[in-house]
Design a protein around this ligand. Structure first.
Ligand SMILES: *Cc1c(COP(=O)(O)O)cnc(C)c1O
Length: 393
């Protein structure tokens, strides 16, 4: 394997000793030519698979014509992508940025300004235990992982944390704190360990936000773009959020994030309230448009539902008699296998067997394969992961 020039990169990542040279669909090839089956997809980013021809062609064509002009001018691709996403999500308008954390920053600023506009001087946002919202100062404050926050104090004021999945904890906060302006929540927690709340959780949060005139913000950065079997995970519940954030799969690897708003939340930002130099540039939005088109044409939400069921059945059957497996759960192609003990070393063992998997929250094997994965590749993942777990336990 090639050596990485480590000394000039800040050591913020525990990188595996492998360098990928190219990919195709759900398969990656390292610099030695060894083949890997990818069940991580760049952390839920490359949902259409690697080197997707339609996306590559759209990027190439756009790059040869126009990459960037700035938001000083009209941008056709940005308007078109905003319209497509709003139609799919039932939202009214969009702000484009370059990452998930930035999308959440926009959402947090909308929530604060919404509060200020109604006379709340110190607005507070309710966030959840084990949440992940990003690594900027505001989003790391919203994130519920003390390790991510350690050493970066003072964190931002204006956040209060309650237990994920417990709507009544939110109700209690709302009843006691008149400064609350928003509830920020992942429909399914990703980094938190593929945690799936009960079906009435989001509807109850919706009710509470209506009752107390607060904004319901769903962070769909990981769950959005067909990953859980709907375009957006909130669509499993029949409710609409006021604000929704996207990134990850939106560009299939081209950096792009979006914050969508609806109703009263859609009229909060005015001229001068927010901005981004790169945000929504012609190139990134062209990639986003290509992604939306392919997802629609190939009905990938439905595919995620069907394959998700297939994975769950495969794992539940194959692991039924294996002691030390706590739970197999998932929503579409966001799959978690929770073991009774920490299992981070499985990632390396998977790599040796030619399969890329992820472990999060210590003891949860998380699988986020490309949505275009074949059933044969799914079988290969199921078999290999079951073998890995059996050998480990
Ligand atoms: C990945 C992720 C983020 C952060 O996105 P970045 O692009 O890394 O800033 C925020 N929220 C959720 C739910 C995520 O999965």
């Amino acid at each position: 394997m090639t050596t990485i020039i480590k000394e000039t990169l800040m050591p913020t990542y525990a990188r595996l000793p492998v360098t990928f040279a190219r990919g195709q669909g759900a398969v990656l090839f390292d610099t030695e030519g060894k083949e890997y089956l990818d069940a991580v997809a760049g952390v839920a980013v490359c949902s259409l698979g690697h080197a997707r021809p339609e996306v590559a062609a759209a990027i190439c064509e756009q790059a040869q014509r126009l990459i960037h002009t700035s938001n000083l001018y009209q941008i056709e691709n940005q308007q078109a992508l905003g319209a497509r996403l709003c139609a799919l999500a039932g939202m009214d308008n969009a702000f484009f940025c370059n990452s998930g954390a930035e999308a959440n920053e926009a959402a947090i600023k909308i929530a604060r300004l919404y509060g200020h506009n109604k006379g709340i001087e110190c607005p507070v946002i309710i966030v959840m235990s084990n949440a992940f919202h990003g690594r900027t100062m505001a989003t790391v404050t919203a994130t519920g992982n003390p390790k991510a926050q350690a050493g970066f104090g003072p964190l931002l004021a204006g956040f209060v944390r309650v237990q994920y999945g417990e709507a009544e904890a939110v109700a209690q906060q709302l009843a006691t704190d008149p400064n609350i302006v928003a509830v920020l929540v992942e429909p399914v927690q990703g980094e938190g360990g593929v945690q799936i709340p009960s079906a009435d959780y989001l509807p109850r949060l919706r009710e509470l936000c209506d009752q107390y005139d607060c904004l319901l913000i769903t962070d769909e950065i990981q769950t959005g773009m067909c990953r859980t079997g709907k375009w957006f995970a909130f669509q499993h519940t029949g409710i609409q959020p006021d604000v929704m954030t996207l990134a990850k799969a939106l560009g299939n690897g081209m950096p792009i994030g979006a914050c969508l708003a609806r109703g009263k939340a859609a009229s909060v930002f005015g001229y001068g309230n927010h901005g981004s130099t790169f945000g929504g540039n012609p190139l990134a939005c062209r990639a986003g448009l290509a992604v939306v088109e392919v997802m629609e044409q190939e009905q990938l939400a439905q595919r995620a539902t069907e394959l998700g069921e297939y994975f769950l059945t495969g794992f539940r059957t194959g692991l039924a008699e294996v002691a030390g497996v706590k739970e197999v759960r998932g929503k579409g192609l966001m799959i978690g296998i929770q073991l009774e003990r920490d299992c981070g070393e499985l990632v390396k063992q998977g790599l040796a067997k030619g399969i890329l998997i992820n472990v999060t929250a210590g003891n949860v094997i998380r699988l986020l394969p490309p949505l275009v994965i074949t059933q044969q590749q799914a079988d290969q993942i199921i078999t290999t992961v079951i073998d890995l777990i059996r050998d480990f336990l």
